[in-house]
Design a protein around this ligand. Structure first.
Ligand code: ADP
Ligand code: ASP
Ligand code: MG
Length: 411
């Protein structure tokens, strides 16, 4: 007997038929003697619908109130899922995040889980229930409903698996595993049987939305056995996130150097041009941006011949106008010649632990892009990743040619 947490995404609970299908899968696992906790997202499109509804009333919705109403999407699906399980003769009980007591901080719309009170779930499991928990939501210490950021049901699933010391956390979605890149952009993309935790973390952080990054962080911290699977197939093996020593993986000659390619259209570039090159300038630019709780991703500083520097960084597109407003206020103080924003950019990243032991990967990437006439605007690297910022209109082309150049296609 195993304790398994199964998380189902929006498409997998997108209609009554799909919820019934989910219930049949759970029933099969129950029949094998397993204890099952089900985590569900809202029905596909529902979270977007709720956010747009809020914006019709308040263009910049109040975060606390937005969480109150956006969390209802998952409250609908937990009830429906429990009913579908009951219809199959199973004992089932649903809980919202606040009923379980998934306690988070109070950062509305992007809250972090602080603790989970798993006693109630365990009691129900021991009494033979399938426990159905709403993904994406929690409650802060003062009883306010919070949400965990888009895609946050993955994190609910993995965090529950960690708290319950589950044998496995299964993420059921609309693709049958983690691919070398998004199969919707590159149809030749190949499913990976396994991927190391480090690579998955980089792919998620670079924009591959198959798993929310915090869910991968949780899996790493608590060593949760995590698998991504299709909810439309009966017995696919999906993709296992492994914690094996990457050194061993390097020594495996068959292992490709690059495991995957991620991309992201969500960032905007901000250029602070012609700033005097003196100590403290980076702080004077980024300090006020950080004070406004705007996350900065890539940063580049170039020395000009005339003793001034150009300082460029990226933020989330939604934060561009705010960041520009802040910088315009301090422009005179920092002595910048000009401040510019560009939200027509995309970031494309290649990821692979094999990079550690192979040279020439960056030059191969840059050559491939050059051959297509794609200009690189910014570059950032880590031990297992090279990311470039390019014009957004070349993003899909860049992903396709890199996928081919690094021989990631289906054999
Ligand atoms: P869910 O609603 O089940 O959480 P998501 O839409 O959040 O599903 O994530 C699944 C989607 O992630 C897939 O439909 C696919 O388009 C996209 N995706 C992006 N990168 C990858 C990748 N490397 N492998 C598989 N899917 C990916
Ligand atoms: N329903 C939420 C969203 O659309 C959470 C999730 O699907 O994981 O972002
Ligand atoms: Mg998702």
């Amino acid at each position: 007997m195993a304790l398994i947490v199964q998380k189902y995404g929006g498409t997998s609970v997108g209609s009554p038929d799909r919820i019934k299908n989910l219930a049949r899968r759970v029933a099969r696992f129950k029949a094998l003697g397993h204890q099952i906790v089900v985590v569900v997202s809202a029905m596909s499109g529902e979270t977007n619908r709720l956010i747009n509804l809020a914006k019709e009333i308040m263009p910049e919705p109040d975060p606390r109130e937005l969480d109150v109403m956006v969390a209802t999407g998952e409250q609908v699906t937990i009830g429906l899922t429990s009913m579908a399980l009951m219809e199959l003769g199973l004992k089932a009980k649903s809980y919202t995040g606040s009923q379980v007591r998934i306690v988070t901080d109070n950062a509305h719309t992007k809250a972090r889980i602080l603790s989970i009170d798993e006693d109630r779930i365990r009691t129900d499991l021991n009494a033979g229930y399938v426990v159905v928990v709403a993904g994406f939501q929690g409650v802060d210490e003062n009883g306010n409903i919070t949400t965990l950021g888009r895609g946050g049901s993955d994190t609910t699933g993995v965090a529950l698996a960690a708290a319950l010391k589950a044998d496995e956390c299964q993420i059921y979605t609309d693709v049958d595993g983690v691919y070398t890149t998004d199969p919707r952009v590159v149809p030749e993309a190949r499913r990976l049987k396994s991927i190391t935790f480090e690579e998955m973390l980089e792919l998620a952080s670079q924009g591959s939305k198959v798993l929310q990054i915090r869910s991968v962080e949780f899996a790493g911290k608590y060593k949760v056995k995590l698998r991504v699977l299709s909810s439309f197939e009966e017995d696919g093996e999906g993709t296992l996130i492994t914690f094996e020593d990457p050194e061993n993986k390097d020594s495996n000659m068959e292992q490709p150097i690059i495991s995957g390619i991620a991309f992201n259209r969500d960032e905007a570039k901000i250029m602070v041009l012609g700033v005097p090159d003196k100590p403290g300038i980076a702080y004077q630019i980024l300090g006020p941006v950080a004070d406004a709780k705007i996350d900065v991703d890539m940063i580049i500083q170039n020395m000009g011949a005339d003793g001034t520097t150009d300082f460029t960084f990226t933020v989330h597109k939604n934060d561009m106008t705010k960041a520009l407003g802040i910088l315009n206020q301090v422009q005179a103080h920092i002595g910048a010649r000009e401040i510019r924003g560009d939200d027509k950019i995309a970031k494309v990243s290649i990821v692979g632990v094999g990079m550690r032991s192979h040279v020439g990967i960056a030059s191969q990437m840059f050559r491939t892009l050059a051959e297509e006439g794609i200009n690189i605007q910014m570059i950032s690297t880590s031990e297992i990743k090279i990311a470039v910022v390019i014009d957004e209109k070349y993003m899909e082309l860049a992903v396709r040619v890199l996928h081919k150049a690094f021989e990631l296609e289906e054999a």
